[in-house]
Design a protein around this ligand. Structure first.
Ligand code: GAP
Length: 506
């Protein structure tokens, strides 16, 4: 996949709409910014991604259980969690383009540009020195690269200091000192940096009864923290153990661009792992490794993932790292792994007056557990899957096809069942086969258009296998199975079909 391929993103957006994956929300009214609806194929792909995550995190993990907490929570939850006071983005406007940016993102993009210069120097040297090239030595000794690295370290240190101290004036000075320009206007005509809270608020109860301000949850994690003791006691959970959940979260994102990458209503898949205090760094490393391995096992290309350790820690964390994915816009955050200490449980103890402890019978003492969190956006995962799977291919006969080479477990349909023509008893036979397979997996039946067109359609929505029922099927009980990626076709008996397909898509 090409880096920074805006063209690819445009194609994915168009393809998603044309094939029923993603539509702009309430499109007949011209849409709503950064809100999207999932169509018939997108909804199924989403279910499959959610299930794939749930299986790995709950079904395959003996000491992790799943819950489903409500979106609305007692308003004190968000005071305790720090979101009322600290869930802010530092924003800056360019006075010429009138565009608004997150100040830290502007600086990070500037750092990425300097990293790009280092990569160019390395590529040039690798070409010049050939096999004898020692990249590590080059990066440590080349004066130009060393200067770039020093520049990056300086910028990072200044940004961290400004964010940690909340000194927004320093943040603006850094942007000015680095000569960062607006990507749209190209000018350095910036406003001051100011904080903006991202939570959506609403009211519960009628005004007559005395309305109460509530928030749409900005993360699913707090539903887990407030249920920690309920689950620990009723599930007789022993530390270390985890609680997982998937569900909607809402953020009033100001800079909401790039399709479903940054939405105002989105879905998270989160897991809080409760551990003994002092063991957090070992568990943090373990979960980083487990999660990156989960991503890589999906087969979207190992080179598309990297870790990015946080300089600017959220108010609850003492260590944090992102798993970044090589989206069409470049490497960006896909999942966060955070060491949240005992921040949340302690804060909920203080605000609720209820003890949220764990009695450790081996150590004969009670403590507030520490927490390692893994948090991934389902919609971002969806975009990662689409961007790595979208392919335009030139075929030997000179024609072209668009194929979504989706990992089989995630594909909306695993099998397309296609009668060669819509007569001579072929549709009836095809439906008979479909009726058997549909209890095993997601199948789609199609009889309209030529078989070639139907193959292309199934390629475009990512169906890994198509079964074609023809006249020979009626004679000898065999069908043609076509593989989406290789387009190879093989003839197999209907009896063998179930076992072969199950083996291929599981
Ligand atoms: N509970 C921790 C937490 O919410 P986060 O880094 O703010 O941490 C976790 O969010 C994940 O949720 C991100 O890695 C991203 O995949 C997803 N996410 C966050 N904001 C999002 C948005 N506006 N649109 C889509 N996905 C988002």
């Amino acid at each position: 996949m090409a880096k920074q391929d805006e063209n690819l993103l445009k194609k994915i957006i168009a393809h998603s709409k044309e094939y029923g994956f993603v539509f702009p929300s309430s499109e007949i009214y011209d849409g709503l910014g950064a809100v999207y609806d999932y169509g018939q194929n997108g909804a199924q792909l989403k279910i499959n991604i959610r299930q794939y995550w749930w299986k790995a995190m709950v079904q395959h993990e003996e000491n992790i259980v799943g819950i489903d907490a409500a979106i609305f929570m007692h308003p004190t939850t968000w005071k305790a969690s720090g979101h009322v006071d600290a869930f802010n983005d530092p924003l800056i406007d360019n006075k010429d383009s009138k565009k608004r940016y997150r100040a830290d993102n502007l600086i990070e993009d500037h750092i990425a540009k300097i990293e790009g210069k280092i990569n160019k120097e390395v590529a040039k040297a690798a070409k010049r020195f050939g096999d004898s090239f020692d990249q590590a030595q080059f990066v440590d000794t080349n004066p130009r690269v060393m200067k770039y690295k020093e520049q990056i370290e300086g910028i990072e240190a200044r940004m961290k200091a400004a964010l940690d101290s909340g000194n927004l004036a320093d943040m603006k000075t850094l942007i000015e000192d680095e000569g960062i320009v607006c990507p749209i206007s190209g000018s350095r005509n910036w406003t001051d940096v100011r904080q903006f809270n991202l939570m959506f608020g609403t009211e519960i109860g009628s005004l007559a009864e005395g309305a109460n301000k509530v928030y749409l949850r900005p993360e699913t994690a707090q539903g887990i923290f407030v249920n920690y003791l309920n689950v620990q006691k009723t599930g007789r959970m022993k530390i270390p153990f985890g609680i997982a959940q998937t569900g909607k979260a809402f953020r009033n994102e100001i800079i909401a661009r790039q399709f479903i990458f940054r939405m105002r209503e989105f879905e998270q898949m989160e897991m809080q792992f409760f551990i003994k205090p002092g063991e957090e760094m070992a568990w943090y490393e373990k979960w980083k490794e487990k999660r990156i391995n989960w991503h890589k096992a999906l087969g979207l290309g190992e080179e598309n993932y990297r870790f990015h350790d946080h300089l600017n820690l959220a108010h609850y964390a003492n260590a944090a790292s992102d798993i970044e994915f090589n989206f069409p816009m470049g490497f960006k955050e896909l999942e966060g792994i955070h060491s949240r200490t005992d921040f949340d449980l302690k804060a909920h103890e203080e605000h609720s007056g209820k003890k949220l402890r764990y009695f450790d019978s081996e150590e004969d003492r009670s403590y507030v557990p520490y927490v390692i969190e893994t948090s991934i956006g389902l919609d971002r995962m969806f975009l990662a899957v689409l961007s790595a799977s979208y392919k335009e291919e030139q075929l030997e006969d000179g024609s072209e096809r668009v194929v979504m080479s989706l990992p089989a477990p995630l594909a909306p349909y695993k099998v397309g069942v296609l009668p060669l023509i819509a007569k001579d008893g072929l549709p009836e036979k095809a439906r008979e086969i479909m009726n058997e397979l549909k209890y095993e997996t997601e199948c789609v039946y199609e009889e309209k258009d030529s078989i070639g067109k139907r193959y292309r359609r199934q390629d475009a929505i990512g169906t890994p296998f198509c079964i074609t029922v023809d006249h020979q099927t009626l004679e000898d009980g065999t069908v043609t199975v076509r593989d989406r990626d290789t387009m190879a076709q093989e003839r197999i008996s209907i009896e063998a079909l179930r076992a072969i397909l199950l083996q291929k898509y599981r």
